[in-house]
Design a protein around this ligand. Structure first.
Ligand code: BGC
Length: 839
């Protein structure tokens, strides 16, 4: 799949007109709207209708000038408006979920909506609500965590914000796209109850509560059908079940069978009608296999969207909206401030007191430059990103000396170190290039490369028509005995295998994308190892990077020295766009060298704080016990460094809470044995969601005897303390709702925010249910000493499970337990309530 970016001039070519306001959009779907839609539909010829089923120019719908329908353009999504030059990056999806604050999501959505209008964009391709099943999913940072209620609530806020600007939000990826390692081929086998309770719920909220304008399919299949072709998902669930009347579009290149997609309910194939081609559809209509009513319904949905969002009444581009401005910067800052999660803070290491500090060491690959967003279609090129180094330097000013070292070499620096010797003793590796993809016959060219340093972290490039293969061979002679890191990196759909002494140590199969790989091997001084690197580029040039370095030499001596000189050290580590991205999965271990760097700095300075840039959990074994404090900063957007500095130095008390269960070891995750695909009898890869509804904290709280997460769902520390008291659960009232009332007090000495979390357990259910499920939450800002009375109403659905016999929601009468607290495993308040039979 290739994505062409359309040029700004193309977008701007529409008729210039006065910008009308966006207040009041989207219009409610009234009879007047339907009348206008029907009128427009009636003006279209059959050919015109069929032509509207596919996109144009990579990211737009087709214009129909005869009815005044302009070309409507789209942009990713979901952490900012990705296209058409630099833009604003807000804290990414997982960060917004960690804020547990739908009003923040709404504010970010409003700002994204404005950014979209400023760039002539009518559809934002976000938010994205695929559930966090595993820390390895390369796209977790775009999503909202493991709980459907939390994900749905954040999504509703985001949608309302975007759509308040007259811009259509597009919820994605519908559905069960919970890994990236082979997303275009996987078939997610999910039982009906799990699908509804866990994976569909956030989409349902987006439709019913957020009134989202558009839905995007995923790439994968669900229970056998590609989601853009699943009549069950599109027609039965989305349209008939939830009453969705907006536009259902495919993900880019996700349609395999245009006729099946047409019948299932796909309205718009993106980026173009490659499968739902006009010729096929016209033929089907002619021979009666396809219905005109269904064609009309699809076109109506596009027209309805255009009418309801006022897209035919005003120019798409709003020149009065600034491309970059203080307002967006403020929103970006707030999103980062409210989402960072303080996971550990022994001995009150944080907040730092700048007045009592002379020197601080800022170390690590994520200290500079700042990683506002991760990789893939959510990546934003910002005007400027405040890095952690800059944030800290700006905050402390001239009072505190800020020492900086990246701590580790960059991949390029490793690749550029001359390390190899050819078979006949020349420095470098012998490169043999074959004019075929399989190293067959004699090489067409041979030369010696001093280093293999061509790495370019590209994604979605055009494959070469003439495929080559390249083999590097030679030796590495270790200068000293010990551990050595072998680092490799290529890009996009390149594949390669690194053999060390004849053994395949690193294998990168042909996939949509890839992260760098590393393996550590113990070598003996002077004893050469034989190397062979077989590389199959997907493009006409080499993107291969390969280097070897002694693990002892990885950590910059400056890092240790600076840490020892300073009053405190901040080690900024994490993944970044090349290692965590759409189109490939990432490792559970932190990238190469980072754990060792943390240990080295912590040995040099006991006041070492670790900050991590990631979209999900990672291995903490081997370093967490060595450091007193850990701050999870996600992908924090363009103001990340400012926010992180504000938190480290106590200008803002941390308030984020984990939106997923953070495992000690990947194998402790109930999904572990079900994550990777196996082959179905016909050979296609299937992933069986064998953990069912017992995902994340639903599993941990149901199995207290099993290894528990190092940091549980809902957990996050503050610089102040809170107390929960006076729980009163009343009801159910005649409509089946239950009122949960309690008090939360800030018992500490500074202002802070707490997230009150309400969980429900159903011990008398006739089916096995999780021990507790999140059913309500409220974020509270409290001054020191302040107490707030909180009232949360749970509707009857909060007590229900999905009953596969009646294909609907069911409450088993009997006792339920309501738990209230500050994390999934920390609920000081608890009360029983009895629910009656179905009202
Ligand atoms: C992604 C979508 C994205 C689309 C357009 C696809 O590869 O999965 O999330 O919106 O490309 O960029």
């Amino acid at each position: 799949m290739r994505k062409a970016l359309l040029s700004l001039s193309l977008l701007m070519s529409g008729p210039a007109a006065v910008v009308a306001g966006t207040a009041g959009y989207p219009l409610p779907d009234t009879p007047a709207v339907e009348q206008q839609v029907n009128h427009l539909l009636g003006e279209l010829s059959l050919q015109q209708k069929v032509d509207l089923l596919g996109g144009v120019d990579g990211f737009c719908t087709r214009a129909m000038p005869t009815i005044g329908l302009p070309r409507l353009c789209m942009s990713d999504g979901p952490v900012g408006v990705r296209m058409h030059g630099p833009s604003n990056a807000y804290a990414a999806g997982m960060a917004l979920a960690a804020s547990w604050d739908p009003s923040l999501a709404r504010e970010v959505g409003t700002s994204i909506g404005k950014d979209a209008r400023a760039r002539g964009i009518s559809f934002v391709l976000g938010p994205a609500v695929n559930i966090y099943r595993a820390p390895l999913d390369g796209r977790n940072m775009e999503y909202y965590g493991e709980d459907p209620l939390l994900a749905g609530s954040i999504a509703v806020g985001m949608i309302k914000g975007i759509q308040s600007q007259g811009v259509v939000a597009t919820i994605k990826h519908f559905v069960a796209n919970n890994s990236e390692y082979d997303r275009r081929h996987l078939d997610s086998l999910v039982d009906e109850r799990t699908l509804h309770e866990i994976y569909l719920r956030a989409f349902e909220m987006a439709v019913k509560q957020g009134h989202v304008g558009a839905v995007m399919s995923s790439y994968n299949r669900v229970n056998g059908d590609y989601t853009a072709e699943s009549r069950y998902l599109i027609h039965d669930v989305l349209d008939r079940g939830w009453g969705f009347k907006g536009l259902f579009m495919s993900d880019w290149g996700a349609v395999h069978d245009g006729i099946k997609a047409f019948k299932a309910g796909l309205d718009l194939e993106m980026p173009a009608a490659d499968q739902m081609t006009p010729a096929k559809i016209l033929q089907g209509l002619q021979d009666g296999t396809l219905s005109q009513t269904q064609l009309d319904s699809k076109v109506r949905r596009l027209l309805r969207t255009a009418v309801r969002f006022g897209l035919m009444d005003r120019p798409r581009q709003d020149y009065a909206e600034p491309l970059l401005g203080p307002a967006a910067n403020q929103v970006a800052l707030r999103s980062a401030l409210e989402s960072a999660v303080l996971l550990k803070n022994a001995h009150h290491t944080l907040p730092f007191d700048a007045a009592r500090m002379k020197t601080i060491a800022v170390i690590g690959p994520m200290a500079y430059p700042g990683a506002a967003s991760a990789g893939g279609s959510s990546h934003i090129d910002t005007f400027h990103t405040v890095s952690i180094l800059e944030g800290i330097s700006q905050l402390v000013g001239s009072k505190v000396k800020v020492l900086y070292s990246p701590g580790l070499p960059t991949p390029d620096q490793v690749f550029k170190r001359p390390a190899f010797v050819t078979g006949d003793g020349k420095p470098g590796l012998l490169r043999q290039t074959f004019d075929n993809p399989d190293f067959a016959g004699l090489p067409a060219a041979s030369t010696v490369d001093a280093t293999v340093d061509h790495w370019k972290p590209e994604l979605w490039t055009t494959p070469a028509t003439l495929r080559k293969s390249i083999r590097w061979s030679g030796r590495f002679v270790p200068g000293k005995s010990g551990k050595y890191l072998f680092l490799t990196a290529a890009a996009s759909q390149d594949s390669y295998t690194l053999y060390v002494n004849g053994k395949a140590e690193i294998v990168q199969p042909m996939r949509e994308g890839q992260a760098p790989h590393a393996v550590t091997l113990s070598l003996v001084a002077g004893k050469p190892v034989q190397l062979r690197l077989d590389y199959k580029p997907d493009v006409a040039y080499s993107r291969m990077g390969f280097g070897v370095i002694a693990v002892d030499d990885l950590i910059a001596p400056a890092a240790r020295k600076m840490a020892a000189m300073a009053d405190a050290a901040v080690v900024a580590v994490g993944y970044g766009p090349a290692a965590e991205s759409e189109a490939f999965d990432r490792s559970f271990e932190l990238p190469w060298g980072q754990a060792a760097l943390i240990r080295a700095v912590a040995r040099a300075n006991p006041h070492t704080v670790v900050t991590v840039t990631s979209g999900g959990g990672y291995a903490t074994r081997g370093w967490l016990d060595d450091v007193p404090a850990l701050l999870q900063n996600w992908y924090p957007g363009q103001q990340g460094g400012t926010a992180i500095a504000d938190i480290l130095f106590g200008r803002h008390s941390p308030e984020g809470k984990l939106p997923f269960s953070f495992q000690r070891a990947w194998k402790d995750n109930p999904v572990h044995d079900f994550y990777y695909a196996h082959a179905a009898p016909d050979g296609h890869p299937v992933v069986r969601y064998g953990e069912g509804v017992l995902l994340g904290y639903r599993w941990y709280t149901s199995h207290p005897d099993k290894p528990q997460p190092v940091f549980p769902f809902g957990f996050g520390l503050s610089y102040t303390q809170f107390r929960f008291s006076h729980l009163k659960v009343s009801g159910p009232s005649t409509d089946g709702s239950v009122e949960v009332a309690f008090d939360v007090a800030n018992t500490g000495h500074r202002a802070g925010a707490e997230v009150a979390q309400v969980y429900v357990g159903d011990p008398s259910a006739q089916v096995a249910r999780p021990a507790r499920e999140l059913k309500g939450f409220r974020k509270l800002r409290l001054a020191p000493g302040e107490s707030r009375h909180v009232n949360i109403v749970l509707d009857r659905r909060a007590f229900a499970y999905y009953d596969v016999c009646r294909h609907g929601w069911r409450v088993d009468p009997g006792k339920f337990v309501v738990y209230v607290g500050d994390a999934s495993d920390s609920t000081p308040l608890q009360a029983d309530i009895t629910m009656g039979a179905q009202p």
